[in-house]
Write a protein that binds this ligand. Structure first.
Ligand SMILES: Cc1cc2nc3c(=O)[nH]c(=O)nc-3n(C[C@H](O)[C@H](O)[C@H](O)COP(=O)(O)OP(=O)(O)OC[C@H]3O[C@@H](n4cnc5c(N)ncnc54)[C@H](O)[C@@H]3O)c2cc1C
Ligand code: SF4
Ligand code: SF4
Length: 257
């Protein structure tokens, strides 16, 4: 019953009343942490479940059932059309790739970043450059906890060493969007590094917290390319029609020359 309701309401972002318990109960939660990041009553904490994923747990004594956590929850639903129009003014030309000006393949020439990064170090170098050139005051990144190395923790990095401490992908559900309160309370503008579900939560939260869009200078999305590889490759081949394509490498084994 709830599953049907959830499907029916995929395009709905204005609800009130319920809290996000039903999202967890219906296995729709992907641990983004947005609900914990927005709750002004601090009623939500992200706990590790017995399956090893983070789930929101509500403190009923603090919850006023205002419905905010449901409104921002991307597990409950994400209206692509509405969000695209809100952010870009119109729908994208390509449904899967989204809005883009152009595409490039690249890797960093900063050798320290290159050797510590996951896939060429573009993201970490972008963050360092944004901070060093004064475009951003910091970045929301995720590292492994020093006291518990299998647990990820997100934080605001403001200098090179703090960016370097977070290089590499954490192939885990990470509640990075619970950083919303920290972002709102910290002076300055930031880059948010995150997976699609985390960024969906952030984008939904922007509707209730317009100042969030001002504070996030840039979203640096971590692509989950394999999910749409067939569509992506066919689109690249169509665009590159005049060029005779011999080989496509999704992730080259090495980036250094
Ligand atoms: C869960 C997950 C799944 C992915 N799946 C694919 C895939 O299927 N195909 C593909 O081509 N690429 C995938 N990626 C992206 C890829 O692993 C690299 O993150 C991306 O190519 C950037 O590489 P880089 O060397 O520039 O990043 P780096 O310079 O190493 O920087 C990585 C940045 O990502 C942040 N980060 C790491 N893990 C997380 C996390 N879980 N949540 C939020 N922030 C995080 C770090 O804080 C750091 O700032 C995935 C990434 C993640 C996190
Ligand atoms: S906002 Fe994120 S963490 Fe909270 S219930 Fe929804 S999907 Fe789960
Ligand atoms: S319903 Fe409101 S008060 Fe209750 S957990 Fe959600 S955001 Fe917090």
């Amino acid at each position: 019953m709830l599953k049907e309701d959830s499907k029916k309401n995929m395009a709905c972002s204005r609800v009130s009343g319920p809290d996000i318990s039903f999202v967890v109960a219906e296995h729709l939660c992907h641990s983004c942490g947005t609900c914990a990041g927005v709750c002004g009553n601090h009623a939500i904490e992200m706990h590790l479940s017995s399956f090893g994923v983070y789930v929101p747990v509500i403190n009923e004594e603090l919850c006023t059932h205002c419905g905010l956590c449901v409104r921002v929850c991307p597990g409950y639903g994400f209206d692509y059309h509405k969000q695209y129009c809100r952010i870009h003014g119109s729908l994208p030309e390509h449904a899967i790739l989204g809005a883009y000006l152009s595409g490039y393949v690249g890797y960093t020439t900063d050798r320290e970043v290159l050797h510590r990064s996951q896939s060429g170090g573009f993201v970490s170098t972008l963050l360092i450059q944004c901070i060093e050139k004064g475009l951003a005051d910091g970045a929301i990144v995720t590292r492994w906890r020093q006291d518990s190395p299998l647990e990820p923790e997100s934080y605001i990095a403001k200098e090179r060493e703090q960016i370097l401490a977070a290089t590499g992908s954490k192939y885990n559900p990470v509640p990075a969007s619970r950083m919303i309160r920290n972002i709102l309370n910290e002076p300055g503008r930031f880059v948010f590094v995150g997976t699609p579900c985390q960024i969906h939560g952030m984008r939904k939260a922007e509707e209730d917290f317009p100042e969030l869009s001002e504070k996030i200078f840039l979203y640096s999305g971590l692509s989950m390319l394999r999910e749409s590889i067939r569509e992506t490759v066919s689109m690249i081949l169509n665009r590159a029609a005049p060029i005779r394509t011999q080989k496509i490498m999704v992730q080259p084994n090495e980036y250094s020359n």
